[in-house]
Design a protein around this ligand. Structure first.
Ligand SMILES: [Zn+2]
Length: 386
């Protein structure tokens, strides 16, 4: 039997940066599971260049627990690594390599635990999911969930193994990224009032967005479970104009909204769009009828807000021996699982303090502790369900 550490060594060696195919890693996991007698299913993307792996062991039927991790990693370009990123290197009790924390460490533990789960008289199914393209907008999990929706059997709980240092995490904010394109009318800058300055109208929109952000951060709107404890808005990029003596006809900016459970990212984007339509477009069109302001979503995922009284929260409290529930700032596939009717919690080895960085690592102690947690889960899954 392979240990989680041996499996991690193999997994790290596959360059699964999101722009690359993940099929070599998936093929390895498929062979490993098939050799153990577990039947797996691959759910490919449209181009068949990537795949999710889904497997079930134990009894058939509804319920049970799903372990889920993403196979892709973020790029190493532009980062200064002191070790080769795609070769597992041990130093002082730490295992270095891209994806060790986020989140091949968890996948390694998940695969290493399979023989133990197979040796137990499970009273409920164990589902395994390895997804693709999480780092570029939770893309792969959507096709996996579409496939799972076709069947009657549905896991009751999903454990997303994103790195939380094995602390029980119940959620994270939702996110919506939006692009806004402002189209005005160009003219010589000496006659500026005869044109429609797209940059200036974009500035009015951004100013409005900032005001919305200030309103959302009021003390009465805060939720102390999150950091920062309120919904945030942010403009990240802006492009427009060609020369100082030309009134710019075009300006595009991207903004994002990160929402608490009681806020709707779409409602916030709609509020800004409504301001654009009612307050900005009429004066723009009075000068140039071809003026326009367009909004469209570019990325996003739903938030995850699992109740602390839920069965999923109780299970993760049992597995970690802690009810010190918290939230994380980063997003996960959990919101999508939850939306598909599978209550989810986040708990995995390693820390996101190392994720996405050069010299990413996971400690041997964290890997061992995750193995122990999954052994505990195997025991829990043998209990009688009466
Ligand atoms: Zn991750």
């Amino acid at each position: 039997m392979l240990t989680s550490r041996q499996l991690l060594e193999t997994l790290v060696a596959f360059d699964t940066t999101s722009r690359e195919s993940n099929l070599a890693l998936i093929d390895f996991a498929w062979r490993y599971l098939t050799d153990l007698g577990v039947s797996c299913e691959l759910i490919h993307n449209a181009e068949r260049s990537k795949a999710n792996l889904y497997a079930r062991l134990g009894p058939a039927g509804d319920g049970g627990v799903m372990l889920s991790g993403h196979s892709d990693v973020v790029p190493v370009e532009g980062q200064k690594w002191s070790v080769p990123p795609f070769t597992l290197t041990e130093r002082d009790g730490k295992l270095y390599g891209r994806g060790t924390a986020d989140m091949k460490g968890y996948i390694a533990c998940m695969l290493a635990a399979v023989p133990h789960f197979l040796a137990q008289p499970l009273t409920q199914p164990l589902h395994l999911a390895i997804t693709y393209d999480e780092e570029v907008g939770c893309v792969g999990v959507r096709t996996l969930l579409d496939a799972l929706a076709q069947r009657a059997e549905k896991p009751a709980i999903c454990l997303i193994g994103e790195p939380t240092e094995l602390q029980p995490v119940l959620g994270h904010k939702g996110k919506l990224g939006v692009r806004c394109e402002v189209k005005g009318a160009a003219c010589h800058s000496a006659y500026a009032p005869q044109g429609v300055n797209a940059i200036e109208y974009a500035a009015k929109l951004i100013h409005r967005l900032t005001a919305i952000g200030e309103r959302l951060s009021q003390p009465q709107r805060q939720d102390a479970r999150f950091d920062p404890p309120f919904t945030t808005v942010q403009t990240g990029t802006i492009n427009g104009g060609t020369a100082l003596n030309i009134v710019p006809a075009e300006c595009t900016f991207d903004f994002e909204v990160r929402t608490l459970p009681h806020d709707s990212a779409q409602a916030i984007a709609d509020e800004l769009e409504n301001f654009a339509q009612t307050a900005l477009l009429p004066p723009m069109r009075a000068i140039a009828p071809e003026s326009g302001i367009r909004f469209y979503p570019i990325s996003g995922y739903p938030g995850l807000f699992t109740d602390k009284e839920s069965a999923a929260a109780q299970l993760i409290a049992y597995l970690t021996q802690s009810t010190d529930f918290s939230t994380v700032a980063f997003g996960t596939e959990g919101g999508l699982f939850h939306q598909a009717g599978i209550p989810s919690v986040i708990c995995g080895p390693g820390s996101m303090a190392q994720g996405h960085k050069p010299d990413e690592f996971i400690s041997v102690a964290q890997l061992d502790a995750c193995d122990a947690m999954l052994a505990r889960l195997a025991g829990w899954m043998c209990r009688s369900l009466s």
